[in-house]
Design a protein around this ligand. Sequence first.
Ligand code: PMP
Length: 309
Amino acid sequence: SPTADRPEWIWRNGTLSRWEQAQIHVNAVGHASTAAIFEGIKAYRADDGRLLLFRLDEHLRRLFDSARICRLDLPYSLADLRTGVFDLLRGNGYDQDAYVRPWAFPAGLIREQMVPAGSVCEVVIDSWPFRSRPDVTRGCRAGVSSWQRVSDAAMPPRVKAFSNYHNGRLAMMEARENGHDWPILLNERHKVSEGPGACVALVRHGTVTTPSLTSGVLESITRDTVLRLLDESGEPVVEREVDRSELYLADELFFLGTAWEILPITSIDGLPVGQGRPGPVTRRLADAYARLVRGRSDRHTDWLTEVPR
Ligand code: PMP
């Protein structure tokens, strides 16, 4: 069966290609990656064996949004990419959860740092076995980074561009040096933005608050999922600018994203969050999310796309 390092197939420019044969010239790695964009989608194995993609079309739409801002022309429609994802997952025959990564980058040999607008793109869809196992019982330690989140005026975090992860990586290495698991970055107004690979939310006096979409964050699909679940059950939820000091007064803090799912934060800059254990709201949300994505809930079945057999 396929391993993370060696799935059998990769989707490339409209067809499945053997993993080993999907090569490019080494020249294409450098400058082309300046303009590369991508997506990260989860496929969950349901109890009855179906493979369920979570909010597939929303992820693919965000890829097109990223392409638009970066002025890349993707030579495929959303329907083409959806079919590509199905073909790839069927081809790789996963009998477990998988991560799906569509990405696009300017094709061919590139000699210019400033990759021109409208460059012809290669589109690739990769996938590998990936079981999200957020440590809901233990949680993680977070630290506020001294690195500032890239800003919309410089490198929009709303774009899911590989180059944005240079910013996240610097913050992550600093966090690890300081004994934390993950950083939380502040934006150019010194307000809370997000983690390097997930959004962040806090719970205080029973209200869930998360930085607004103009705080320097990716338009996260997990964030939207959680906000909608809370809103639909009539629970208080707020999107606004969040101060750093609010992190220290939160009863609960958690990351949220496709790969990290709902990951409790149990310490922030060395201070325990609440009782220093994952709190009840976070645990309830993590549980609701886990049931939803595996098709164990009757809420929002419209968010699940079954990979046709
Ligand atoms: N912010 C960043 C920087 C991310 O990389 C991710 C993961 N895609 C998220 C937030 C969460 O987004 P989503 O819920 O759509 O996965």
